[in-house]
Every structure is written in structure tokens, then in C-alpha cells.
Design a protein around this ligand. Structure first.
Ligand SMILES: [Zn+2]
Length: 465
């Protein structure tokens, strides 16, 4: 029998509610310690009151992840002592979670994968500790923000699988309005536990914390797997510890020995009723399809893997593509143009996530013109930057005299480059401005008739090829 990498995840998601989990302090950006009250400060004698909005979002998440929702899940106290938790316990769940036994499907490349969700539980966030020169400061604005903890079974065997899982799950949670999903800001946190195990016997797990990006999660997993393998191969033993990922040095650093459930002395929270789901109030139309379902549709239509991945991850891009296709755009070409030139132009103009400009109808028209051979791909690409500010492709083609002039434009660009070998070379070696001289020649050769934007783009494409 062979040892194999075994990875499970714990994901903490800050739910996008207006107020905190057990008090009515507001959530959101504010000066330190201005969004707090006796309850979220953990003062004696206060009573927690559950946030119905958070329970609704949790219900939605449980449905999204295909989990069985517990009819009466119980809040429990998880006791531990740490400066960010002055009351000495966190309200969490242990013996009876909010939901359990779900499954998440996603694509790694064109391959379908499935990971089991062990449980989803509701808890409150702790205060935030900031280590500064003068010492450590506590900010209680974060204390009591509703958190959803999603725990997977140890079904992952490689980091890229974990990356695809996290990217698709984050996209879905954000699309559904459950969280803003900002990993760098801590509203989505992921802690992998990693071991080398035999198929029938699990190895010693190491948990990794402090991961600020999905890329960081992937790197930390690769590092830790290699480290454990080396230790085991050398006859050493893996210790059950918690490590922190150090982005700068690119390695995991020992933090402390791992606690076990009995260390936390869980017992039912006497001040709270069972945390019941809000199934009745969930509207069917609120449910958003997942990146997996989108990917299935794209791949079934023959869209290439890379474009399919990009469109399936972004609900807005996917819906835009769907609309172009509904309006007669070829599915493959539409995917290529949306994920390629259009996203490029939107990004350059700072317009991501995209609105609805160009109108999907205009893109479908543009693609039709290319397909019929009325204009070249080069000309079409040149029109995209104007189209994202609302210009109509047909008008531009007519006014610019671009129709039928496909080869003409490319020929014009080539002629202009031929006349300006020095400027062309300067541009190719990084002097962006040198392209102007080539464009000037091209415009002169066309007697001012060419569309400058399209010509510029044609020259650029030829020089960058
Ligand atoms: Zn409060």
C-alpha cells in the first residue's frame, strides 16, 4: 500500500449581514472599537439574541452545498483562553451542526471532481488583534460578526484541486450574496489540514493558518506535503501541530501543538434556543447556479477549457456570454471574444466586473460581421475599445469605410510598418510611443480614410505577433 497526500479544509466565511450574530451592532468599516456593545464585548450579564438574517444566509449556503439541514441544531460554548476572546468562550457548534453531509462538484480542467462537505456550523467571529510597535491592540468591531464554518472531508489529494474548489465555492458564495469573499481582508479564511495517509489509515495531520490568498493556500500545501514526505522518508515522525504560512519566506512555521475537541470543553449554550433554519422564507429564484453547472454547459457546447473556466467562475461574464449566444452569437466564438478581447478592454478601462456595455446584441452583430467576412478579426478587435463606451459596430464599420476592407487595413498596416522600420523596432523593444509614427504614415497612406483606432490596433497586433 502506498502513502498518499490527504487534505481537508476548514473554511470560515463572514456572512454579509447588516448586524452581528448575537447583538444589533452594525458590521462594516468603522474606526476601531466603535461598533461594539456589552454583548459583543463579552461583559457578564449580557444575553445573546440570534440574527435571523444570518440564519437565512446560512440556510441558503447549506442548500447551495447540498447539505442536510439540522432541524434543531444547537449552539455550544467552545472554551479557550485568548486575548481576542475575553469572555473565555466562543459561541459555536459541535455535537449538532447547522447542516451536514453535503457535496460540492467542480471542474479541474475538463475533469469533474466531487468533494464531500462534512458539516456547516454557525459561530461568532472573535475580536481582531493587531500587533504594533508599542504592543498588541484589540479591535472589537469584528467580535460577534456571523461566521459560517464549512468543513470538508479529507477528499483532496493535490493543491490544484483545492485551488479549483476554493475558487468555485467563493464565486458561488459571492454570487449568492452570502459574503464578499475577500480573502485578503479576512472575510473568507481557509485552513487546510494536511497529512500523508494510507487508504485505510489516516496519518498525522498538520493544520495551516494565516493564509491570505488561494495562491497562498496552494503554495502552503505543496510546501507542507514535501516537508512531511521528506520527514517520513528519513524515518522521522510528523507531529500533530498547527503551523502558520509565511508568505515572505514561502514556508510553514510552527505555531503550537494542535488542540483536540476535549480541550475546548464544549457544552450547550444555556442562553440560546436551538438555531433553526429559515427554509420557508427562501425563494427559489434566489438560488444561483454553481460554477460547476455553468462549466458543464460551456464544456458541453465545446467551449475550450480555459475560456470555460473563466466564464464559469464569473456569474456576470457567464450571463453576458449566454445572452450573446441567445442573440445568435456562435457559442465558441462568443466565449473566445468575451473571455479574450472584451475582458481585456474592460480591465484596461477599469470596468470589471462588467456592466452591460457593449450591449450583447452589438457583440453578436460584430461577431456576425467577422463570420461573414465583412470585416477582419483585426478590425473587429480594433473596434472593441470603442464599443465598451457604447459605440455601435455597424456605424463604425460604415463610417470608417472598414467593410470589405479587411485585407486593405492589414495591408495598410504592413505598408506603414515597412515605411517605418526604426519606429517599429523601437515599439517592439518597449517604446510604446514609437507606434504613433507608424500610425501617422498609415493614416497618410489612406488619405485619412482609415479608422485610426482600428488601424492602430492592426499595427499593434502585427508588431506584437
Ligand atoms: Zn454588539
Amino acid at each position: 500500500m502506498k502513502l498518499q497526500p490527504t487534505i481537508g479544509l476548514e473554511i470560515h466565511v463572514q456572512l454579509s449581514t447588516a448586524t452581528k450574530m448575537f447583538c444589533r451592532c452594525s458590521v462594516g468599516e468603522a474606526a476601531p472599537n466603535t461598533h461594539c456593545c456589552p454583548t459583543c464585548l463579552g461583559l457578564p450579564g449580557t444575553l445573546p439574541v440570534p440574527n435571523k438574517g444570518a440564519l437565512m444566509l446560512a440556510t441558503q449556503a447549506a442548500n447551495l452545498l447540498g447539505c442536510v439541514i439540522g432541524i434543531t441544531s444547537v449552539a455550544e460554548r467552545k472554551s479557550y483562553s485568548y486575548p481576542d476572546l475575553p469572555k473565555g468562550y466562543q459561541i459555536s457548534q459541535f455535537s449538532s451542526p447547522f447542516a451536514e453531509k453535503g457535496v460540492w462538484k467542480f471542474h479541474v480542467g475538463v475533469e469533474e471532481r466531487e468533494v464531500r462537505i462534512r458539516r456547516i456550523q454557525i459561530e461568532e467571529d472573535t475580536a481582531q488583534m493587531r500587533v504594533e510597535k508599542e504592543g498588541c491592540r484589540l479591535d472589537f468591531n469584528r467580535s460577534g460578526i456571523p461566521l459560517l464554518e464549512i468543513v470538508t472531508e479529507p477528499d483532496f489529494t493535490e493543491s490544484k484541486e483545492v485551488g479549483a474548489f476554493l475558487r468555485t465555492i467563493r464565486a458561488s458564495l459571492v454570487d449568492s450574496g452570502l459574503t464578499d469573499g475577500k480573502m485578503e481582508a479576512g472575510s473568507l479564511r481557509c485552513e487546510p489540514n494536511i497529512s500523508w495517509s494510507f487508504p485505510d489509515k489516516s496519518g498525522t495531520k498538520v493544520e495551516i493558518k494565516n493564509l491570505g490568498s488561494i495562491r497562498g493556500v496552494e503554495r502552503a500545501i505543496n510546501w507542507e506535503l514535501a516537508y512531511q514526505k521528506e520527514t517520513l522518508d528519513g524515518g522521522g515522525k510528523v507531529e500533530p501541530v498547527t503551523k502558520g504560512w509565511d508568505e515572505k519566506s514561502g514556508r510553514c512555521i510552527l505555531q503550537r501543538r494542535k488542540e483536540t475537541a476535549s480541550d475546548y470543553r464544549y457544552f450547550p449554550e444555556p442562553d440560546l434556543p436551538p438555531l433553526a433554519p429559515c427554509i420557508d422564507e427562501l425563494q427559489e429564484e434566489n438560488r444561483v447556479h454553481t460554477p460547476f453547472q455553468r462549466g458543464e454547459k460551456l464544456l458541453a457546447m465545446g467551449v475550450a477549457e480555459g475560456f470555460s473556466w473563466m466564464l464559469s467562475l464569473d456569474l456576470k461574464l457567464f450571463q453576458y456570454w449566454e445572452e450573446v449566444v441567445t442573440l445568435g452569437g456562435d457559442p465558441l466564438q462568443s466565449a473566445k471574444w468575451v473571455a479574450g478581447p472584451l475582458v481585456g478592454a474592460w480591465r484596461e478601462a477599469g470596468l470589471m466586473p462588467p456592466g452591460n456595455c457593449p450591449n450583447p446584441r452589438d457583440l453578436a452583430t460584430l461577431l456576425g460581421l467577422v463570420e461573414k467576412g465583412t470585416i477582419s478579426k483585426t478590425v473587429a478587435k480594433g473596434l472593441i475599445p470603442s464599443m465598451i463606451t457604447g459605440a455601435n459596430p455597424v456605424t463604425m464599420v460604415e463610417e470608417g469605410g472598414l467593410a470589405g476592407g479587411v485585407e486593405d487595413l492589414e495591408r495598410l498596416a504592413l505598408l506603414a510598418i515597412e515605411e517605418n522600420p526604426d519606429a517599429a523596432q523601437k515599439f517592439q523593444s518597449g517604446k510604446e510611443g514609437a507606434i504613433r509614427a507608424v500610425l501617422g504614415t498609415g493614416m497618410r497612406l489612406s488619405r485619412g480614410k482609415a479608422d485610426p483606432q482600428a488601424l492602430l490596433e492592426a499595427i499593434r497586433i502585427i508588431l506584437k505577433a
